[in-house]
Design a protein around this ligand. Structure first.
Ligand code: GDP
Length: 195
């Protein structure tokens, strides 16, 4: 899947802007600054591909990338921004709900969790939304290189405990560092296995 190279397709602000549901898709969700763009760039091997999502004004868009004729990668807007106006947050929550519950070709969501911080309340809210939308999801730990080896297991245990309350969660965690390349091949293999 990743051999052909990914291309940015479009940014979507409303359900009627979604591309036709003619292939399967995988989406990526996470708090702003969790390392989502870096991870998508590492996965696709294309520096700067997912930069658009960080440009002011584009942060509320669902960004579609074409992986192949059979697969879209979908970059959901980052959540948990401290200073966003209530109206903006509500608008994107509405779009997110519609997207998650109304996209039959969505095979799996990856919820990115900063390895230094573990699952925060706002991550837990997204997981609950995924449960309710019956979208299977898997947690991807980011920035693992920033955590001391001795502390890693403790945080992973916190994440595993948090996942117990989420029926849509896969128990296996994927531990990554976009900086060092750890876990990237594993995540690619998981995405490749989705059909
Ligand atoms: P996004 O807002 O979720 O798209 O986050 P970005 O991908 O823009 O990353 C936010 C910050 O974290 C940037 O300064 C990145 O360089 C840094 N970052 C992202 N991934 C890693 C990682 O694996 N290791 C380290 N050390 N820093 C990272």
């Amino acid at each position: 899947l990743f051999a052909q190279g990914a291309e940015f397709l479009k940014g979507v602000v409303a359900m009627d802007g979604l591309p036709p549901a003619d292939r399967i898709e995988t989406c990526f969700a996470g708090r702003s600054n969790v390392g989502k763009s870096s991870l998508i760039n590492a996965l696709t091997g294309r520096k700067g591909l997912a930069r658009a999502s960080n440009t002011p004004g584009r942060t509320q868009e669902i960004n579609y990338f074409t992986l192949t004729d059979d697969h879209y990668l979908v970059d959901l807007p980052g959540y948990g921004f401290a200073n966003a106006p209530v109206a903006v947050v509500e608008k994107w929550q509405k779009l997110l709900k519609s997207y998650l519950s109304g996209r039959p070709t969505l095979r799996r969501a990856f919820v990115l969790v900063d390895h230094r911080h573990g699952v925060k309340p706002v991550d837990d809210q997204i997981m609950t939304l995924l449960d309710r939308s019956a979208v299977p999801f898997q947690v991807v730990m980011t920035k693992a290189d920033k955590v001391k080896a001795a502390e890693r297991e403790k945080i992973l245990d916190q994440v595993r405990a948090a996942l117990q309350t989420h029926p849509a969660a896969f128990p296996e965690l994927v531990v990554t560092s976009s900086e060092k390349g750890d876990g990237i091949a594993t995540l690619r293999a998981i995405i490749n296995s989705l059909v």
